[in-house]
Write a new protein. Structure first.
Length: 542
């Protein structure tokens, strides 16, 4: 570790770091022992692990990406360590492949171990399952893969004791608690991002080589390849890294994962990999628009592109990759708006599966995402109704997935069926009314949740008119730009657009947001890599 690290000695009981601490320091044990500790619901300290062999090290993925420490560490007896700050650790990870493989594999493994520990408390959310803001906070934390414990004030027997311990009244919930104190009462998403250190400040005066707008598979893997090529890269996203893909329960079409991989697991590996090679992340950060200067020279060199951000911030860049992906269409059934987040959901993650354990639920949609969600939820739910408009599954669902749905004992497929109305009271969804056979047949399904995975709407409403889209809002690239008379008339260069280049030189698109893409995770990953090569050619003036 020399010359990056320094030696430090800690006295018995002295803290190396505490829960919630943001200034990450990496420790490798030389002698002595280090205990990793967590605080339980009652306030007692629990030992998660003990490092006692020379060469063992502290830290996990959360530390590496800039999140606060999720556990504390204290010296057991006189302890001597090597200490390194976050910047020096990233530099060493980039320069030393063997060291990098060891540390990153350990960090990723610890992330999964912590997720599986039933007694791990970490950050605590106290609030009712029927309170919209409780649901919002839990979804925000889950999407950003922040480990937390939820105390449901509706039925958790420890509620009164916890509220008394933190000096709270039930009316003040939802509330976030950490290290024995109430931190935030009903915080906004922006306040949550600040608390957790998710939002890194943007460098407004720096001219970047590439700004990637969108932190889904296409954007993440483009960041890996761009950083590997030495491009000064920033990734923007108004959602957590991975976006919609991170909500996929299981992906089985990704090369190298024969047993499948969850979207969250794929993202957890990709984001640290991009950071390892120097890519910077500003997430959450929403792009509101692009502003262009005039091009100079035959190669297409131009004055910097300005990326305008929410909060009157901006970034200067030589190239842009738009990888904002898509989102599912809103459910149009009567009354569903009042149950959004309280029974109507647009993702089926581990958190939702646990929430509706043993309940009857419904999934709406005909594509692979809906099929995967139905199979995933069937492992926890009592019954899953899969509602589709078509006459059979195979029209838009992979063959292997159709077979799994058909052979599952607790999935009932309702063909040629639509949801017409949601039913519930007091903020609780307790049923849906469905119509089949051209509204000739109506029935009410007593379900506690509906997962709507209908269609795809691209995130392109924010784009300026210079970026041409098709009639559905997907971005035109390459040959499609030349086939559009209006785009062709505006194209300022003698050369043709690169394969993934939009109607504006220097602006590229990849993944689901691009017209003509396959709308699959594997193809988005490939397009992200391809886009970097196109961008390199553009930056070289080709």
């Amino acid at each position: 570790m020399d010359p990056h690290a320094r030696s430090r000695r800690y006295a018995p009981g002295e803290a190396l770091f505490s829960v919630g601490e943001r200034e990450f320091r990496f420790y490798v044990l030389k002698s002595g022992r280090i205990a990793l500790i967590d605080r339980s619901a009652t306030g007692d300290l629990r030992t998660l692990a003990i490092h006692e062999q020379a060469g063992e090290f502290t830290g996990d993925v959360a530390n590496l990406v800039g999140n606060p420490a999720r556990a504390g560490a204290v010296a057991l007896g006189v302890t001597e360590v090597y200490e390194m700050n976050a910047d020096d650790l990233r530099r060493l990870l980039s320069e030393n492949p063997a060291f990098s493989d060891l540390i990153l594999s350990g960090f990723i493994a610890r992330q999964r171990i912590l997720e599986d520990l039933e007694h791990f408390a970490g950050l605590r959310v106290i609030g009712s399952r029927f309170h919209y803001d409780t649901v919002r906070i839990r979804e925000f934390l889950a999407k950003h893969r922040v480990l937390f414990t939820w105390t449901d004030t509706e039925e958790d027997p420890t509620t009164d004791r916890l509220l008394q311990r933190f000096g709270l009244q039930i009316e003040e919930t939802p509330v976030l608690c950490w290290t024995g104190a109430a931190l935030l009462r009903n915080p906004s998403n922006a306040a949550l991002a600040d608390l957790l250190g998710l939002r890194q400040p943007v460098e407004a005066e720096t001219l970047h080589d590439l700004v990637i707008i969108g932190a889904g598979p296409a954007g993440l893997f483009a960041a890996v390849y761009a950083a590997l090529e030495g491009l000064q890269t920033v990734v923007l996203g108004d959602l957590a890294p991975g976006s919609q893909a991170a909500c996929s329960s299981k992906l089985e079409n990704c090369l190298g994962f024969p047993t499948g991989v969850s979207g969250a697991a794929l993202v957890e590996s990709a984001a640290p990999q991009a950071r390892k090679f120097g890519a910077r992340f500003a997430v959450p950060a929403r792009a509101l628009g692009l502003a262009f200067g005039e091009h100079v020279g035959q190669g297409g060199a131009r004055s910097p592109i300005v990326v305008r951000l929410e909060g009157n911030e901006q970034l200067l860049t030589r190239g842009v990759l738009i990888a904002t992906g898509t989102q599912y269409r809103k459910l149009s059934a009567d009354g569903c708006e009042r149950f959004e987040g309280l029974g109507v959901h647009y993702a089926a993650t581990k958190a939702e599966a646990q929430r509706y354990d043993g309940a009857d639920v419904a999934v709406v949609g005909t594509g692979n995402s809906a099929g995967q969600a139905a199979v995933f939820l069937s492992t926890r739910a009592k019954r899953v109704y899969l509602i589709i408009r078509g006459a059979r599954l195979g029209q838009s669902t992979s063959h292997y997935l159709s077979r799994r749905i058909e052979t599952a004992g607790n999935i009932e497929v309702l063909y040629r069926t639509n949801i017409s109305r949601t039913v519930g009271e007091g903020g609780r969804l307790n049923g849906i009314e469905v119509e089949a056979g051209g509204r000739k047949q109506r029935r009410t399904l007593r379900v506690q949740a509906v997962f709507s995975l209908l269609g795809a709407v691209p995130h392109t409403a924010w784009l300026p008119s210079e970026i041409r889209t098709d009639q559905d809002g997907f971005i035109k690239t390459g040959r499609a730009v030349l086939e559009d008379r209006q785009s062709l008339a505006r194209w300022p260069l003698k050369r043709q657009p690169f394969l993934l280049e939009t109607s504006r030189p220097g602006v590229f698109a990849a993944g689901d947001v691009r017209a003509g893409s396959m709308k699959r995770v594997a193809s988005a990953v490939a397009e992200g890599a391809m886009a970097v090569e196109c961008i390199r050619q553009y930056l070289k003036g080709a």
